[in-house]
Structure formats: C-alpha cells, structure tokens
Design a protein around this ligand. Structure first.
Ligand code: GLC
Ligand code: MG
Ligand code: CA
Length: 605
C-alpha cells in the first residue's frame, strides 16, 4: 500500500511539474511569436526637440536699402523658415542701442532700435510667425546696460532710486600722479583693458566686464532684480516665446563686504605672454561663475514658470548663454537642492572643444561629456556656431559641412543653427579698415585684430548671386558681403540637385521621425577618424550616422555598429559622397572619403 501511495504521489508531482513546464514553454513561445508592442510615445513639449535658428538681425535681410538688416527683412522670410523645417528663431538684440557692441549695449530695454524697425513691426512679426507656427525668442541682456541708458545717467547723477543700480567704487590715489586715480582692483574686461572706468561726474569708478560703454548692473540691489522681471514681463506680454539670456557668468562679482571693504584682486595667471591690461593676465576668480549668480537664474525660472501657469498657452522658455566649465555649465540646469534654472544652457562644446584637428575619438568624448554630466531628464542641445565665433566650415573643413549638420540634427534634444550654416557659409574677409567689432578694435591692432574679430561670422546672409548677395539693395552694407557668395548662396542651393541646403532639408524632415524625437542613442569611434551615432527605438526605423572627420579616406567595418542591419538605405549623404540618397548599401565593409558622412536607414530593432 505504502509503495503504491508513493508511486502515485511521484506520478502526481511529475504530472504537475509537466503541466507547469508546458505552460512556461507555451508562454515563452507565445511571446516569441508576438513581437513586443511599440513603446508608448508620450508627446514632448515644443522646445525639447525643436530646430532653433539664430538670426543676427543686422545681417539677415535688409528691407529698406540702408545696408542694415531689419525686422521687415526677417518678416519677409518667415515662410522660408517653415519650408526649411525651423521651429523657433532667436534674434540677437533688437532693442534701442548706440551699437557699440551691435545691440548688446542696450539703452532702452523697452523699445525697438530704429534701424531695425518699430514696435508695430515687431508685433506684426510675432503675430505672423505665430500664425505660421514659429516661436520667437528674444535676447535678454541682464548683465549690463549701455552708458547711454537712462538708468546709467541717473545713476551717475546720483539720483537716489538709481544710485546703486550699477557697480560703483572709489579709486585709490595714484602715488606717482596726483591727478590720477587707480581702479579699485586689477579686474580685466572681456574686451581688454581695466574692467573699471572713471566717471568724472561721480568721482568714482564703475564696473564694465565688457566694453566701457556697457556698465554692469548691480545684482546685489533688489531694485535691479525687480527691473529685470519688469523687462521680461513686458516682452512676454507682447507674446515673445522666451529668451536667450546673455553673458550670465559675469552677472555677479565678489562682494567687498566679504573682503574688508575692498574689491579683491583676481589672482594672476602668471602667463608671460599677457600684460596687465590683457584678458588672460588674471584668473577670473572674483569676476566669473560666482555661485550667487545661479540663484538669480533660478528665480527667473520660477518667474517664467509662474508666468506660464498664469497665462496658459505654449511654454515660454529661458535658454542661457555662458562659456564655463562643465560643472558650472550644468548648474544652469539646476542644482542638487532641487532648484531649477534655464530650460537649458547653450552647449558650446562643439565650438570650444573640437576643431579641424579633432579625431573621431575627440568628437565622441565631447558629445558624451555633455550627456554624461547633464542632470537626469534634462534636455541637451547642440550647435556649431554663433555670432561670436568663426563660422563652422572655417573652423573645421568645408567638406565636413553636411556631416556636422547631420550630427547636429541627429543628436537627441535641441539643434541650433546659426544663420548661414544650412548653406555652409564660411567666414567673410573683413579688412582692418572695415572692422567694426568692438572686441577686435579694443584687443587687436592692424596686425592682430583677426585673432579677436567677430565680424567674419557676421557678414550678410547670402540669399542669391545678385548685388550684395540679395541681402540689400543699398550701395554699401554695414559689413562687406563675403566674396564667395556667387558659389555659396541659398537660391543656387535650392536649384542644385545636391547641396548643403538640400541636406539640411532632409535633416529637419528626419527629425520629425519618432526615432529621432523619442529614441535612444549609441555613439562610439570606429577608428581614429570615423565614428557612428545610432538612433534607435523599438519597432521604429533605425538611423545611423557614420562620419569620417579625418583628412584621408578610411575603411570601416559597419558590422561593429550596434542595431545595424543590411541592406540599408542611404537616407542622407554629404554632397561629395559617391553614394546617392535613396541608394542601397549591401556591404558592411565600406570606404568613407575624407569628410564623408552617411545617414543609413535600417529596419527596426
Ligand atoms: C555675449 C554675446 C556677445 C556680447 C557679450 C556682451 O557673449 O553673445 O556678442 O558681446 O555677451 O553682451
Ligand atoms: Mg535696413
Ligand atoms: Ca556683472
């Protein structure tokens, strides 16, 4: 009996196990048969994946023949942005200004500069852009005002309300010269020379971290902070979609109250090539990246979030400008205590960290630096140029234009185009006689100005091959038009079968794919000169950029690229590539010519 019992129990257990085993096998097979469902696609806010285009208004399009770009000119090209796949524009300053720093020296923060147009035109521009679905961001310049601004005049006159609006300090008697006063500290301006300027009227020095005509606001004065809210509110009420915020690292300087009543000297760099009036002579310990400035940025974010909440509509944003090391840059996003700052700080790493000499490994390292340090869930952004730096094809090589634009548009987050990059515009030559940039004029002379001049990146936009490249009908333009406009211009590139602009169009279209807006990324060097960037998302097509950034042809093995499957379709190729868009790639062993870039489209993972 007992043995029978035991046998029955064993049979029972085996039976049950068998059934369980069968169920498991069935489950596994079933899940193998049904491919996994597509991921849930949550819509993202407009600014997190937009194509942002920087307009330098003075050089974009001149409507009235005075040789200076203007709002009516921009307005006449709004459809062009729609066609180009641009979602948002940001304009360098358009406010009243004596134009010492071409608009970054604002004398009236509440009005439009007369050369650019009128308030009515600005309102019209906003309305038309919004009708077309284009967002418009303004340049907000909080660090300084023009010395022509009423605030400054009143401050210099000692009008009580404005007395402490700027950073004023007594000087020190010059032991060698009774009639001379020495500045409060050794601080050097970004444009060269002492950062302090003597005011005869007030018998004190005022601080200017940039040009003498750009006086630094005193952010330790609550009235100044309040005025900044007023300015932002004024333009938001008009309908602006947000701001690019200028020169933040210089917003706050050391507090004399913490330094025995004196402005402390910045430490000396010890670099022999710099004299005391030259940028580089000191290390900006007390003048740049001060931790207190971030609290101001966090307050602005609170303000704009509240504005969004109170007013509804699409999100208004803050994109902050500042060249700083990675940790000080990331603090603009927010800090560990949970404070939130800019929607993003502009990423200048493609401008400061890579060049024509960089290897594929340098590119990968630079890209991963941002993505590694960026706080979880934040939005990255990418750009290769702006009005302060040499143009992208000049800093790199002209055969890299399409590859760099592809990289810029394929990376996750926001892509920023500086006007002209979409057609591969290069630096224009500007002679010493024609040079107008205050930085070049102050820091350089006839022999050295080109080291500092920002004019070459600011020459007028090339619309077509007519007079002044179609920028202006005037006899002269504020900066000369670059000589190569006959070969490099938008009209020609619209006609040519293959052109940088056509590549750009394909890229902005590609960005609308869910893989690009929501997908993962993988990036790695395949060799010294070629790297890949894969964008993939389960059940959606995979897009792979392979880019040879070197000066010689490179044989690469695409079987090393994750998510790669053959055959693949060439979705985009740089204009000198022998592989045409739409062609099929069958082989994983390929040779990429110098500068050649391909975007391959492969079946979903
Ligand atoms: C920013 C601007 C630059 C300007 C400076 C001072 O860096 O981009 O053009 O000269 O701030 O406002
Ligand atoms: Mg004009
Ligand atoms: Ca300042």
């Amino acid at each position: 009996m007992k043995t029978l019992h035991l046998v029955a129990v064993i049979i029972g257990v085996v039976g049950v196990l068998g059934v369980i085993g069968g169920l498991i096998t069935w489950g596994v097979l079933a899940s193998r048969d049904n491919s996994p469902p597509p991921p849930e696609i949550i819509p993202i806010d407009w600014w997190k994946h937009c194509v942002l285009y920087q307009i330098y208004p003075r050089s974009f399009k001149d409507s009235d023949g005075d040789g200076i770009g203007d709002l009516a000119g921009i307005m006449s090209e709004l459809e062009h942005f729609v066609e180009s796949g641009v979602d948002a524009i940001w304009m360098s300053p358009i406010f009243v200004s004596p134009m010492v720093d071409f608009g970054y020296d604002i004398s009236d923060f509440y009005n439009i500069h007369h050369e650019y147009g009128t308030m009515e035109q600005f309102e019209e521009l906003l309305a038309r852009a919004h009708e077309l679905g284009i967002k418009v961001l303004l340049d907000f310049v909080p660090n300084h005002a023009s010395t022509e601004a009423q605030y400054f005049k009143d401050s210099e006159d000692g009008v009580p309300e404005y007395k402490d609006f700027f950073v004023w300090a007594d000087g020190y008697p010059d032991p060698d010269n009774d009639t001379n006063m020495l500045p409060p500290s050794n601080w050097v301006s970004q444009f060269g020379g002492s950062a302090w300027e003597w005011s005869e009227k007030r018998q004190q020095f005022y601080l200017h971290q940039f040009a003498i005509q750009q006086a630094d606001f005193n952010f330790r004065n609550q009235a100044v902070k309040d005025e900044m809210f007023n300015i932002m509110k004024f333009w938001l009420d008009k309908g602006a979609d947000g701001f690019r915020v200028d020169a933040l690292p210089y917003m706050i300087e050391a507090d004399p109250e913490c330094h025995e009543g004196r402005y402390p000297d910045d430490p000396l760099s010890g670099l022999a090539q710099f004299e005391s009036h030259q940028l580089g002579y000191t290390i900006p310990l007390y003048t740049k990246d001060l931790i207190e400035l971030y609290d101001v940025v966090y307050e602005w974010r609170e303000f704009i979030d509240k504005y969004n909440e109170d007013n509804g509509g699409d999100t208004r944003v803050l994109f902050s400008e500042g060249y700083a090391n990675i940790s000080m840059t990331m603090l603009y996003y927010g800090n560990e205590d949970g404070a939130i700052g800019a929607h993003f700080p502009f990423n200048f790493d493609f401008i400061t960290d890579v060049s024509a000499k960089s290897s594929a490994r340098d590119f990968v390292y630079t890209i991963l630096k941002w993505l590694t340090y960026m706080p979880h869930g934040a939005t990255p952004n990418w750009q290769f140029g702006n009005h302060d730096n040499n143009r992208m094809p000049t800093r790199f090589r002209t055969n890299m234009v399409d590859g760099l634009n592809s990289l810029n548009q394929m990376l996750p987050g926001v892509t920023v185009t500086y006007q002209g990059e979409e057609i591969g515009m290069r630096d224009g030559y500007v002679s010493w006689e024609d040079t107008v940039d205050v930085e070049a004029c102050n820091r350089g002379d006839e022999d050295t100005y080109q080291l500092y001049s920002r004019d070459p990146a600011r020459t007028p936009y090339h619309w077509d091959n007519t007079t002044n490249a179609g920028f202006s009908t005037g006899n002269r333009t504020w900066l000369p038009v670059a000589e190569d406009f006959m070969e490099i211009n938008l009209a020609k590139q619209k006609e040519d079968e293959r052109s940088h602009y056509k590549v750009y169009l394909a890229l902005t279209k590609l960005r609308k794919e869910t893989t690009l807006s929501h997908g993962e990324y993988a990036i790695r060097a395949l060799s010294d000169s070629t790297f890949y960037l894969v964008r993939y998302l389960r059940t959606f097509d995979t897009y792979i950029l392979v880019f040879n950034v070197g000066e010689e042809a490179d044989n690469v093995d695409l079987s090393r690229v994750p998510q790669m499957s053959l055959p693949a379709t060439v979705y985009v190729s740089s204009i000198h590539s022998s592989r045409l868009p739409g062609s099929t790639l069958e082989d994983d062993q390929i040779t990429l010519e110098a500068g050649e870039a391909l975007i391959l489209k492969c079946a979903p993972v």
